[in-house]
Write a protein that binds this ligand. Structure first.
Ligand code: SF4
Length: 477
């Protein structure tokens, strides 16, 4: 599978291509419309605002105590027999997981869905070490077969329609070409089942890590998460350090918000709570459980009292489903692990603003993402903050401040500022501009590709008001 690398040029080209691809637009439109209406319907019997407020407060409390909660999580996991590992970045996390696999002479790994493992390109790292990593979430399995990356954080294969899926399964696994969804699902299930049984190690993500009990919670619909965490002799859970919550009682409200916001479900088919490896006398479960806690830029952001809000995210994907940009261009256009609104505020922390300078500007700032976010992350405000940082001075927490600063633009604004603060010169220039309006160019670069170039007015507002007052005065006399 190829690793997607974001570059501003590729982002522009891919956005252009996606907008001209009616199939992609149809696939996303249909899928996103369905998700939006399901979310609307499932929240109709709840006091949504009260639940969002509760969810936001739980996440804020956890973040306020993050260092302490992480220590409690580590102590309680260890007391339960779960071995805890800390990774400063993605490379270190990959190394830790590879070494854990090598210690068991593992050659086959089965994976449950984990966006953190995508973030650190774990599959490619394991492949390079001769360890085969197979995705077991159906969507992830399909994109892996198709040598792609996920296009949505919850529904990785949402960009594919039934015919495309049938073609992929036929080409890569020899199933019949069909539009029968049950047949395709059963075929994939049969193939995956054999691989679960043969896997040496299972790797999963974590939705919530409970500090007070040392419990890892995993939300899923297909049962592949449960198989991944119970069938192989070793289970490795990998997650970002921000996923910790303080109490077990914090989980139900977050779970209610997550499932409703993500897929419009009251509950998911499976909810797993992993608290230890197999105990003496138990018949199933792994012999070893490991938890790898990944930082990868998160503690940098933790020091910034605005961008810190990004760490509240529970990865529901609702901001993407409601984003007018994401729904038109799809997830692959971004070329980043996290696409859509959350990606535009997460990726600059991870890759720096130099590498992601156009992401925060790829937004209409309509505010839909902030309105639907179940934990009330002020995404539009954070986008504006990153835009400002991209053209100005930063606070040192996001590398690459000022990367979008253009000398021409700066000079133009400085000239404007000088004019606007010198009334006599301003009046003279607007008068001259009004007289020469016929000479105004109609093309002003890419900006006028889809817009009409503005022309100075014949007379300024001041002049019009003055003339009006003069007329009124004459009328009264
Ligand atoms: S930012 Fe909010 S809406 Fe978007 S994925 Fe995270 S929790 Fe969900």
């Amino acid at each position: 599978m190829s690793v997607q690398i974001y570059t501003p040029e590729a982002f522009h080209r891919q956005a252009h291509d996606a907008l001209g691809n009616p199939q992609i637009r149809r696939n996303f439109r249909k899928a996103m419309d369905g998700l939006m209406s399901k979310r609307r319907d499932v929240f109709s019997d709840w006091d949504l605002e009260a639940l969002r407020e509760l969810g936001a407060n739980i996440r804020l409390r956890a973040l306020a105590k993050l260092p302490d909660l992480l220590e409690r999580l580590e102590a309680n996991c260890q007391a339960n027999g779960i071995q805890v590992h800390w990774a400063e970045n993605g490379d270190e996390a990959c190394r830790i997981i590879r070494e854990l696999c090598e210690a068991r002479a593992a050659r086959a790994v089965i994976k449950g869905k984990s966006m953190v493992s995508e973030e650190m390109h774990l599959n490619q790292h394991l492949e390079a070490a001769g360890i085969e990593a197979l995705e077991s979430d159906l969507g992830e399995y399909l994109v892996q077969l198709n040598e792609q990356t996920p296009s949505h954080i919850i529904m990785p294969a949402i960009h594919l329609n039934t015919d495309e899926i049938s073609e992929i399964l036929h080409d890569k696994t020899g199933t019949e070409r069909t539009r029968d969804v049950d047949y395709m699902t059963a075929a994939a299930r049969a193939q995956l089942r054999e691989r679960f049984m043969a896997a040496d190690v299972g790797i999963s993500g974590v939705n919530f890590a409970v500090a007070e009990t040392g419990t890892l919670c995993l939300v899923e619909n297909e049962g592949n998460g449960r198989m991944t965490t119970t069938v192989p002799p070793v289970h490795i859970a990998v997650t970002g350090i921000e996923k910790v919550v303080e109490h077990l009682r914090d989980v139900p409200p977050l779970y209610a918000l997550l499932t409703r916001s993500a897929t419009g479900q009251h509950v998911t088919t499976y909810f797993n709570m992993i608290s230890s490896p197999r105990k003496p006398g138990e018949h199933d479960g792994p012999e070893e459980v490991h938890l790898v806690l990944v930082d990868n830029g998160r503690s940098n952001i933790y020091q910034d009292n605005e961008l810190l809000d990004t760490l509240r995210c529970i990865r529901c994907g609702a901001c993407m489903n409601h984003c007018p940009v994401y729904t038109r261009v799809g997830g692959h256009t971004y070329g980043t692990t996290y696409p859509g609104p959350i990606g535009k505020i997460l990726m600059p922390h991870m890759l720096g603003l130099e590498a992601t300078k156009d992401l925060p500007t790829a937004s209409s700032l309509c505010g839909a993402c902030g309105e639907v976010c179940p934990v009330k992350i002020p995404i539009p405000d954070l986008l504006v903050r990153l835009r400002r940082e991209a053209v100005g001075e930063g606070r040192g927490n996001v590398p690459g401040a000022g990367v979008k600063r253009s000398r021409k633009e700066l000079l133009a604004w400085k000239g404007w500022q000088w004019l606007a603060t010198h009334p006599t010169v301003w009046r003279g220039s607007t008068m001259v501009a009004g007289k020469l309006r016929g000479l105004t160019p109609t093309k002003l670069g890419p900006w006028t590709e889809y817009r009409t170039a503005p022309k100075p007015a014949k007379a300024s507002l001041h002049a019009l008001v003055k003339a009006h007052q003069h007329k009124d005065g004459e009328g009264r006399s």
